[in-house]
Design a protein around this ligand. Structure first.
Ligand SMILES: [Zn+2]
Length: 439
């Protein structure tokens, strides 16, 4: 069994800070404390480093990579729906198998570099749905990143049924094959692009596989307006009535839900995932996650594909909550809580694993950050160091499921430069396809 011994680290174990060594045997942490040399173990010196549990991203879009630097034809989008119509929908329509693999492997490389070892991905590729989740799985396995995959079934181009079929095919495949790093969920794009037939079919497969549903909810106000106009119900009420809410169901954004909807989410113990950088970028408003947390809703953090960097997302959550509330007393505990406590709880529900903690028996997911603090660092002031210092620290080493993915800032599982070169070549062709589709 492979053994990794991490020596002399300043360890934040998910709750408190201490000086400790950590032994990983196989896929799991087997010991934390003072550990002498272990025969046959690969030793990593963590002096001058802070060791934390691998970060978890509760909402990602691996398919979005080629949007970076891409020109969008026509006038700038004025609304959230226009952003979808001018950018994301034409983009996902022209993704093919190779585009998708390269988009995913590049984004997964960024996960490794940011110390994000677990992601919950939400996928869209309307003209390449069947088989698309296999492509994401193969990229995730290559990168060594733990991933829960789903396709957001949508009726926007009349392909909802095909989307449901892809999710069901993939759930069935995972039920019969061993893929330790991979899980699957049922998935829907967003309430306003999903008809009742697709919604009910998705609820059926979610129950059959006990996997929950991953869906965008009330990202813009127009989503709620559409639901009220067409279904005479608010979005969360419509989802609840269809039986879509349970403790594994992830409602992404929830910027425009009202108190009744928050209460319903709490009652069904469903999950909300907050994506502050994306919400600011799309100018859709701030989700009052402080209120949701106060009411006992499990609120986690995602990047929505904006990046793969969870500490920076946490800091964005902290800053926008203070700015929105015009109150400098809020969010100091809540923003780190969403990342360090709630994301592990979400991952436990979805993956059935002990993540986000460094202790005997937990999964061997660790990140080593270069950090020489300017002031004493201890359990009592860790959050101050996390929000104002560690958030900018460089990730030196990333370990996922007991495997070293990056050491001394060098990715070990693939050639990062080669992937970048391949992506650049592919993106040139992809952008031409996109331009044709978008005009
Ligand atoms: Zn999203």
């Amino acid at each position: 069994m492979k053994k990794i011994l991490i020596k002399n680290g300043t360890v934040f174990d998910g709750r408190s800070v201490k000086k400790a060594d950590i032994l990983i045997e196989g896929h799991k942490i087997s010991k934390v404390g003072k550990i002498p040399q272990i025969k046959g173990a690969q030793v990593i010196d963590a002096s001058n480093k802070v060791v934390m549990p691998g970060f978890i991203c509760a909402h990602h879009h691996l398919y979005s990579t080629f949007a970076r630097g891409m020109a969008i034809p026509g006038t700038p989008a004025k609304t959230f729906v226009e952003i979808l119509e001018k950018l994301w929908w034409p983009l996902d329509r022209v993704l093919d198998e190779e585009d998708l693999y390269l988009s995913a492997i590049y984004a997964l490389g960024e996960c490794i570099k940011a110390g994000t070892t677990t992601i919950i991905d939400h996928h869209e590729s309307q003209d390449f749905q069947i088989g698309s989740l296999d492509v994401l799985m193969s990229a995730s396995e290559k990168a060594g990143i733990r991933a829960c995959l789903t396709l957001g079934a949508s009726d926007r181009y009349g392909k909802g049924d095909e989307g449901v079929k892809e999710n069901e095919r993939f759930l069935k495949k995972l039920a019969s094959e061993s893929h330790p790093l991979i899980r699957a969920m049922a998935g829907l794009h967003a309430a306003f692009t999903v008809n009742d037939d697709t919604l009910l079919k998705t609820v059926r497969i979610s129950r059959k596989y006990n996997c929950g549903i991953h869906i965008h909810v009330a990202e813009a106000k127009s989503d709620e307006d559409h639901s009220l106009r067409k279904y005479k119900k608010r979005i969360v009420e419509r989802l609840a009535k269809a039986g879509a809410l349970d403790r594994k169901t992830i409602l992404v954004h929830c910027v425009h839900i009202n108190d009744r909807e928050i209460n319903l989410i709490k009652k069904k113990d469903a999950i909300v995932v907050h994506n502050p950088e994306s919400n600011m970028n799309n100018a859709v408003g701030w989700a009052d996650v402080l209120k949701m947390l106060k009411k006992g809703v499990l609120v986690g953090l995602g990047t929505d594909g904006m990046s793969s960097d969870m500490p920076k997302q946490m800091r964005a959550a902290y800053l926008i909550a203070r700015d929105s509330k015009r109150d400098p007393r809020v969010a100091f505990c809540e923003a780190p809580q969403m990342l360090l406590q709630n994301n592990p709880e979400i991952a436990k529900r979805i993956f059935g694993l002990k993540l986000g903690i460094i202790k005997k028996g937990a999964t061997g997911d660790l990140v080593l950050l270069d950090y020489l603090p300017p002031t004493p660092l201890n359990s009592g002031n860790f959050l101050g160091h996390f929000i104002f210092g560690l958030v900018n620290a460089t990730v030196d080493t990333t370990i996922s499921n007991g495997k070293i993915l990056m050491k001394n800032r060098k990715i070990l599982v693939f050639d990062e430069k080669k992937i970048s070169e391949k992506c650049i070549e592919r993106a040139k062709k992809f952008w031409k396809k996109f331009e044709k589709q978008a005009t």
